[in-house]
Ligand binder design. Sequence first.
Ligand SMILES: O=C(O)CCC(=O)C(=O)O
Ligand SMILES: [Fe+2]
Length: 209
Amino acid sequence: MLVLPKGVRHMPAYLSRTVQEELVDEVRRIVQQAPLFVPAMPRTGKEMSVRMTNCGPLGWVTDKEHGYRYQPAHPLTGAPWPPIPDALLDLWREVSGYPHPPEACLINFYTADAKMGLHQDRDETDFSAPVVSVSLGDDCLFRVGQTTRDGATKSFRLQSGDVVVLGGEGRLCFHGVDRIYPSTSALLKNGGRINLTLRRVTKPAVTAS
Ligand SMILES: O=C(O)CCC(=O)C(=O)O
Ligand SMILES: [Fe+2]
């Protein structure tokens, strides 16, 4: 049995094929309004291999000049990001254990040769909310480590419809995508993998009771 760090949950086949197809349709609609952009690393300007867009009140972006950040508008069009689809808000309510909605949904698109290096998700101010991530399309080899970069890592395959939650002690675990397995899913007509990552960015305002 694969034992994951505390707070890291892998839920295989969590989403039905019907819900996966609905989400792909939603992503198509989002990409029409908020086109995929090429993220670049801070300072070096080195381009990442994934293509990205977002939905939600905030979107995660990165470029050479200003680095990793969240902003309410698309970096190329300046338009607000489209709303997060209800199916994803439902998923967040089911699995997050967090009483406030997510603010950002990063949409990563991987072609057959794309990957994502080991990193922590730490551009948010509220780490008490988990990161909830959905896989659609081709399988990938996902790697999860500890909260330090040199900690031991475990690798496992993510398939279309799988959900991963990084929460609690696992919220800041290093993770990345080592490779895509081409032609392992028929969900996306032209192949590739879509990853949807839901995050709470800001601490909710304290309301008087
Ligand atoms: O594609 C994935 O499964 C992970 C994506 C990710 O870690 C991120 O966007 O921060
Ligand atoms: Fe991440």
